[in-house]
Design a protein around this ligand. Structure first.
Ligand SMILES: Nc1ncnc2c1ncn2[C@@H]1O[C@H](COP(=O)(O)OP(=O)(O)O)[C@@H](O)[C@H]1O
Ligand SMILES: [Mg+2]
Length: 326
């Protein structure tokens, strides 16, 4: 277990059995089991948390975001937030939540078709609470959500929860928080806003993440998302016209032309195409998918021209059923 997690936990004086959970960019997450009671403790340590006031603000934002989700009917954990000072240069933000079950990404790995339908509809149902709430404008939501399957859990009683409150994607004084720290480039901000606050981006991310987890069920996920999007004016049409969708029915030369035309900011087209090709030819499976997701990642800037070239090379070879080196 990472040293910083251990030192943080010691200072929290947690007792019980402690297991590390998979976690991403912002934090380290552990499950604590004591006397049959389970809770999740998330430790957030970042160079930006170098002043108490900044850490305090982040903690307040996390609590406020949870309240905004609940107000709109998105079940999310009641969290306790505290700060740990004097850790090296800065402050840790510690978020404690009740354990709310296994996440959907894990459940999907083993799921059959009917379970997958149920889980996907469950996530769409939670997302719809935000889509059906008054909008900010156009396709833009008042508060954001990161629609990755590993951010949704199913509890023992079968209830779904949205558990990821970091970064706290809500509008503080009218300004949407998109990442922590916020991207410093305009394009980075725009892409993050699209991913988390825009109905089109949210469904696009969800579709690509589902197809990443289970490319064998891609037609099912495409259908469920298309049906869901059709309930909202203009959204179904938008989702159907995306490059990744056009690719599905294109012939060989059409497909090669689509790949040739891909630009650095066509992250989701690249991702849709690789999962479609893996669905058609399971021999390619995960190495290609993981490689293309990795190479197309976008944070402050679009991927480098060199990465875009590598993506195209993989997609071309897969399209022609040639062997691929990843
Ligand atoms: N309250 C919770 N109940 C159950 N599992 C949780 C809970 N919070 C986090 N997890 C698990 O830990 C993982 C990482 O937590 P998350 O809050 O999504 O952090 P990250 O910022 O790293 O994405 C989740 O994908 C989920 O598997
Ligand atoms: Mg998460």
């Amino acid at each position: 277990m990472e040293g910083f997690i251990m030192s943080g936990l010691e200072r929290l004086k947690l007792t019980g059995r402690v297991e590390l959970l998979p976690s991403g960019f912002y934090s380290s997450v552990v499950l604590v089991v004591e006397n049959g009671h389970k809770k999740v403790v998330k430790l957030i340590r970042k160079p930006e948390l170098n002043e108490q006031a900044i850490a305090q603000q982040l903690g307040d934002d996390i609590v406020a975001y949870g309240a905004e989700l609940l107000r709109r009917g998105v079940r999310s954990p009641q969290v306790k937030v505290r700060l740990l000072g004097d850790v090296g240069e800065g402050w840790d933000v510690v978020v404690e939540a009740p354990f709310q079950g296994t996440d959907v990404a894990h459940l999907l790995l083993e799921a059959d078709e009917s379970d997958s339908v149920r889980l996907t509809r469950g996530m769409l149902g939670m997302i719809s609470a935000l889509f059906d709430y008054p909008l900010e404008s156009g396709f833009e939501l008042q508060i954001g959500i990161d629609p990755k399957p590993d951010n949704f859990t199913v509890s023992e009683t079968g209830e779904m929860h949205y558990i990821d409150l970091m970064p706290p994607r809500y509008r503080r004084d009218g300004v949407p928080i998109v990442e922590f720290p916020e991207p410093t480039t305009d394009i980075g901000k725009k892409v993050a806003y699209y991913r988390y606050y825009d109905m089109r981006g949210i469904l696009t991310v969800l579709r690509s993440q589902l197809c990443r987890n289970r490319f064998d069920l891609r037609p099912l996920f495409r259908r469920l998302i298309a049906e869901f999007a059709a309930q909202y004016p203009g959204l179904g049409r938008h989702m159907g016209l995306s490059v990744g969708e056009v690719f599905v029915d294109a012939n060989l030369s059409g497909r090669l032309a689509i790949i040739e035309a891909l630009a650095g900011d066509d992250m989701y087209a690249m991702r849709d195409i690789v999962t479609q090709l893996a669905f058609e030819n399971p021999l390619y499976r995960h190495p290609c998918i993981d490689k293309v997701f990795h190479l197309s990642h976008f944070y402050q800037e679009a991927p480098s021209p060199e990465n875009v070239c590598r993506v195209k090379k993989i997609l071309r070879a897969m399209t022609r059923n040639e062997s691929v080196e990843v």
